[in-house]
Write a protein that binds this ligand. Structure first.
Ligand code: PNS
Length: 171
């Protein structure tokens, strides 16, 4: 029998590498937290992404937890391995992802199709980025930080401080 989705648990997850969490992620998570009873922000180990994350998995979880501390239905958890396995372990049937410009679409389309093949009961939905955040990505933030630019307004204060320690950037 087909499972009923969000109505079962009211729990969804927002997965990502969050290296580091940006104001764009926070906006999507906030909006997701108004749609579901409970949100798990799932921080992926992502060891093979690009040249590897600049923050460790533990640091990324800590930064995201601090940045999201005011949202009382949001918890932050690390995960290693497949998203579908983490979803099943946490009784989550809905994945929420942010979508910025058309450039995100290809990769997101592929990920949702792969996840569907791995577990057809896991539904992926998208929240469109607000116009101010369409350009914002963790990679862009790191590029600015490593070139000693100002990351103010792009990341929460706690992330700005952590980036500044590594790169000497302003925030
Ligand atoms: O923020 P990102 O890096 O775009 O997030 C991508 C992420 C972490 C959601 C994706 O890479 C992921 O789900 N990784 C876990 C491994 C997995 O399940 N891969 C198969 C689906 S692509």
């Amino acid at each position: 029998m087909e499972q009923t989705l969000a109505r079962n648990t009211g729990r969804a997850m927002v997965p990502g590498t969050f290296d580091p969490i940006t104001e764009g992620h926070i906006d999507v998570i906030k909006r997701a937290s108004r749609l579901f009873k409970e949100i798990i922000v799932a921080v992926a180990e992502s060891p093979r992404k690009g040249s590897g994350p600049i923050f460790s998995l533990e640091q990324r979880v800590e930064l995201a937890s601090k940045a999201l501390k005011d949202l009382d239905n949001v918890t932050v958890k690390p995960f290693k391995g497949l998203l579908v396995d983490f979803a099943a372990e946490n009784n989550v049937q809905v994945v929420v992802k942010g979508l910025r410009a058309v450039t995100d679409f290809e990769a997101e389309f592929q990920m949702s199709a792969l996840n569907y093949n791995l577990d057809p009961n896991l539904e992926t939905i998208f929240i469109m980025s607000i116009p101010e955040n369409m350009y914002l990505s963790s990679s862009a933030v790191k590029e600015i930080a490593f070139n000693k630019g100002n990351v103010k307004g792009l990341v929460p204060q706690v992330v700005g401080e952590a980036l500044s320690k590594i790169t000497g950037c302003r925030y």
